[in-house]
Write a protein that binds this ligand. Structure first.
Ligand SMILES: Nc1nc2c(ncn2[C@@H]2O[C@H](COP(=O)(O)OP(=O)(O)OP(=O)(O)O)[C@@H](O)[C@H]2O)c(=O)[nH]1
Length: 358
């Protein structure tokens, strides 16, 4: 998962290291030359015995030549090591790499700004390597954008009055129905019962598709005829849950483009009729910037509380996972990581950043 992005972040780290080390070498050589000049001047002024002077000069060169270079280098690298010019090329390369990975432009800029302000003028002790400094700064910069809006999903479910109603929105074919099935399993594993309500009354075959999942999972499905009112189906789901002490209602909706005013009117009606506790936007991680853009448009049209990014198992770029929260202000809550019912992972920004930066 996100291997391409990992490699690019790694390249940034070694770019900065190379650039800072090259700078340190130049400084160290300048230091050695300056010291040698001072010593030569002192020798001339002292005008001591010529032979012993030659001996001492040659023994200095033998004993201290490389050692002195090392000390001077250590001294140089113990000072302010990362200057704007050390970072210029690596940051440019990183910006290109982030954009290639489908990170949204504003998000890439926020990451770069963070890195600049954390790294420029950074001093390092002689124990710390440039690579460690860069890795720390990268972790901070990524965490700042990825963790926007995070909340504890399980705590929210635990504390909410039951039944908790969750409505899933998004475009066609991104894995909404599969995600609902996975969520039913996820909740069951944590001790919550759930009922599925098929608010996708638009697409022929939608009832059969979700019924297969419901049967495989042993869950009750509430469904109406094709063409029925989605709000009425989800409302029936809530009534069923109330009457049967079911903890969570998982409402599917028809996948259509956010530009469809019809769909948006439907979502508004669902909002009015069932007043869901959570509206979760589902899209594919692999859709990159398209997913980010859609998340924003759905949020604008029918406010979302968070997102699930499916097919993260097939995504090497990571652009959507990095960008959605920063762009929408709503957190990514889960990643879909396969086609099985257990392939739904709680999105943990710290874990992701640790995985990306190591
Ligand atoms: N690899 C992978 N495939 C997934 C994941 N989630 C869903 N899929 C697959 O994506 C395809 C589409 O999933 P659906 O659940 O039918 O998508 P949908 O959004 O409900 O589709 P509509 O009902 O047509 O809007 C199916 O083949 C799923 O098995 C995931 O996390 N990883």
């Amino acid at each position: 998962m996100f291997d391409g992005l990992k490699d690019k972040l790694d390249s940034f780290r070694s770019d900065v290291e190379e650039s800072a080390d090259a700078e340190a070498d130049v400084e160290a050589e300048a230091e050695v030359e300056a010291e040698a000049d001072v010593e030569a001047d002192t020798d001339v002024e002292a005008d001591t015995d010529a032979e012993s002077s030659t001996e001492s000069a040659s023994s200095d060169a033998d004993e201290d030549g490389p050692g002195r270079l090392q000390r001077a280098k250590a001294f140089a690298t113990g000072k302010v090591v990362l200057e704007e010019e050390d970072l210029e090329d690596p940051l440019w390369n990183l910006e290109m790499a982030l954009l290639e990975s489908d990170v949204e432009m504003g998000v890439a800029e926020a990451i770069l700004d963070d890195l600049r302000s954390n790294l420029i003028g950074e001093t390092k002790s002689q124990m710390a390597s440039t690579g460690d400094l860069v890795a720390d700064a990268l972790r901070d910069a990524l965490l700042d954008v990825i963790s926007v809006g995070q909340f504890d999903f399980e705590e929210r479910i635990a504390e909410a009055e039951k039944p908790v109603t969750i409505v899933f929105t998004g475009v066609n074919g991104v894995g909404k129905t599969t995600t609902i099935a996975k969520m039913a399993r996820y909740l069951e594993d944590r001790g919550y019962s759930s009922v599925l309500a098929n608010g996708d009354t638009y697409r022929a075959g939608a009832n059969e598709q979700i019924r297969e999942h419901a049967e495989a999972l042993g869950k009750r499905l509430i469904a109406h005829e094709q063409g029925g009112d989605p709000a009425a189906v989800i409302y029936d789901g809530v009534e069923y849950a109330e009457a049967n002490d079911v903890d969570v209602v998982l409402g599917d909706t028809a996948g259509r483009l956010h530009t469809s005013s019809d769909l948006m009117a439907q979502l508004e009606k669902i909002d009015r009729v069932v007043d869901p506790d959570l509206t979760i936007f589902v899209d594919e991680a692999v859709a990159g910037q398209d997913a980010v853009e859609r998340a924003k448009q759905f949020d604008d049209a029918a406010e979302i509380d968070g997102a699930v990014l499916t097919k993260a198992d097939a995504d090497s770029q990571g652009g959507a996972a990095i960008s959605v929260a920063y762009v929408t202000g709503k957190p990514v809550l889960f990643l879909g990581t396969g086609q099985g019912y257990d392939d739904l992972d709680r999105f943990d920004p710290e874990e992701l950043v640790a995985d990306l930066v190591g």
